[in-house]
Ligand binder design. Sequence first.
Ligand SMILES: Nc1ncnc2c1ncn2[C@@H]1O[C@H](COP(=O)(O)OP(=O)(O)OP(=O)(O)O)[C@@H](O)[C@H]1O
Ligand SMILES: [Mg+2]
Length: 284
Amino acid sequence: MVINIDKVTKSYRVGSGFFLHGKKKIFALDDVSFTLREEEILGIVGESGSGKTTIARCILALTKIDEGRIEIQGRDIQSASRKEKKDLRSRFAIVFQDPPSNLNPRHRVKNSILRPLLLRGVSPQEAKERALEAMEKVKLDARYLQSFPHELSGGQQQRIAIARALVLRPDVMILDEPTSALDISVQAQILNLLLDLQKEMKMSYIIITHDLNVIRYVCDRVVVMYMGRVVEMADRNTIDQHAKHPYTKLLLASSPVLDPKDREDKRAVRWERRRMSTSKRPVT
Ligand SMILES: Nc1ncnc2c1ncn2[C@@H]1O[C@H](COP(=O)(O)OP(=O)(O)OP(=O)(O)O)[C@@H](O)[C@H]1O
Ligand SMILES: [Mg+2]
């Protein structure tokens, strides 16, 4: 599914009119344009507050834009009717930035996964089948469906959040900082999982991150944002050589390329494998 973002501006009024300066207008997005192509993995990278989550919210029409146009398969999402918005949204799945906000802490995993399906009118039997299929896809034992979120590790919670998105069978998955809360070896597992799923299910991804290594590892193209503006747009392979904007250069300098032959990295991966194999032992 193709998304075309054309000269989008979004501002917020912040502060209170009570104080001397009154309300201030801040531009979360300032003249932002880019395209998501069919079956593409697009990375959005940028420092905190640069407008990454805001752009995701605008694509899903969860918030109104001031100016510009967002087209999904040629259809302007902002001016779409309520029903059309609902239909378009049903082709997206979003994994939120903050892992706990993906899962209700008081509900068993099973309920968190099934609820969005049942709300969309899927029969309970089919919903259950899809949940089991999704658990298999994210390589988690079905017994975790009975768990509460606090009983799971960070990596398992993130797998569940992805499973919850997968059951919706989306065309586009938006992942807001999918790995920032995880340690480096679990990050690699989740990224590999995302790559496998994308190939298998032919989805497009928008991966929001402030980690350039995530971009280097999984994305086809990258959009670099800085203070609400797109300051760079490049293919994964060319960003390292052709970065022009000072912020991109700074980002590249502060995020060295991970070396798979590095001893420390290897040790972390070995340790994590051991931990995962112990945790897979049946509970007696
Ligand atoms: N509902 C809101 N009301 C007022 N200001 C907002 C609102 N949502 C976002 N902002 C502001 O818009 C700017 C962009 O926020 P956004 O959440 O998109 O940043 P981000 O790039 O996702 O940052 P992070 O990496 O920290 O998640 C910030 O300055 C933020 O304070
Ligand atoms: Mg954010």
